[in-house]
Design a binder for this molecule. Structure first.
Ligand code: NDP
Length: 297
């Protein structure tokens, strides 16, 4: 029976860990920076509440992290309470953070010195996908290590894709997120203009969603959130700003021309600064609406 530790019970981490708690044959320990959240989770789901990262990792076969950025994960490695002090040589750290490839490579090297495996394994599918256990996981690292932990990841994932060496999962995720940001922004621009012209957004989306401009933004995000002015906070604009910045930096380092990614990264930074730390990513359209003096309506 694999012993699994889950660190980071945020918007997406919590439902992922809940799926694992329901998986048969797994014993689960949870740790969260704000301990009260882990205590509540443990009581609700019959998991062990670990008081430190080391406490969570001790005796674990698989340690899963899901924190905002890779540097947060790296910060959990050191010290008496850190992961390195506790991880066993056979263990694997699976980082589900949407991270950056360079930091993932550094973490992998440090763990390898102790014989511990590492996979960067960002997820997609949002909070709904996490709740239903149907996430997609994009994995970088040793394919044989992935096969060892695959049964555990299947607790919250429907699709698991090996993308390449360490960092490849982070890189694919960053590109996906850049496209998400571009789709939200470009659809927002189009619908603001059409609203000003007097075309109802629901009419425009009926056409777009039967045509070649459609995307997840047009088919799901805008109908559910923008049209009803609901804007539930499931994925922070701060995190999308972080994600597209990873894609923008990667393209610059590779000297790949990427004007659209660079520009949209700047726009996401503007939206993040204007809307604050807690705003949802789809709320970025509010910045556009304010610039235009026109709501999408
Ligand atoms: P949240 O902001 O909701 O949660 C962040 C979690 O990380 C919390 O448990 C928080 O603890 C913890 N944390 C933050 N900083 C630190 C730190 N320095 N040290 C230790 N723990 C820390 O983020 P999400 O759950 O939304 O996102 C987590 C990751 O998953 C991100 O990389 C994001 O891009 C990615 N992701 C998110 C999706 C979503 O729909 N939300 C979808 C796909 C990927 P505390 O409770 O103490 O604040």
């Amino acid at each position: 029976m694999p012993s699994v530790a889950f660190l980071g019970l945020g918007a997406i981490g919590r439902p992922m860990a809940a799926c694992l708690a329901k998986s048969s044959g797994i014993t689960l320990a949870v740790w969260n920076r704000t301990a009260a959240k882990a205590a509540t989770f443990a009581a609700e789901h019959g998991a062990r509440h670990a008081l430190t990262p080391a406490d969570a990792a001790r005796g674990a076969d698989v340690v899963i992290t899901c924190l905002p950025i890779s540097a947060d994960v790296e910060s959990l490695l050191d010290g008496d309470d850190g992961l390195l002090a506790a991880l066993a040589a056979h263990a694997v750290l699976v980082d589900c953070t949407s991270g950056d490839p360079a930091t993932s490579r550094r973490i992998a090297e440090r763990l390898a010195e102790k014989g511990v495996g590492y996979l960067d394994a960002p997820v997609s599918g949002g909070v709904k996908g996490a709740e239903s256990g149907t996430l997609t996981v994009m994995v970088g690292g040793d394919a044989a290590v992935l096969e060892r932990v695959r049964p555990t990841l299947e607790g919250f994932a429907k699709k698991i894709v090996h993308c390449g060496d360490v960092g490849a999962g982070d890189a694919v995720k960053a590109v996906n997120q850049a496209m998400l940001a571009i789709h939200i922004w470009s659809l927002g621009e189009g619908l603001v203009a059409l609203s000003k012209l007097g075309v109802k957004p629901e009419v425009a989306l009926e056409v777009i969603n039967a045509s070649s401009g459609r995307s997840n933004a047009s088919m799901n995000l805008f109908p559910e959130r923008v049209l009803g002015r609901a804007f539930p906070r499931t994925f922070k604009v701060a995190l999308l700003d972080k994600d597209i910045d990873i894609a923008a930096v990667m393209a610059r380092e590779l000297k790949v021309p990427s004007p659209l990614t660079q520009l949209t990264a700047d726009l996401m930074r503007v939206a993040h600064n204007a809307l604050g730390e807690e705003a949802d990513h789809v709320e970025a359209v509010k910045v556009l609406e304010q610039w235009a003096g026109q709501e999408i309506a």
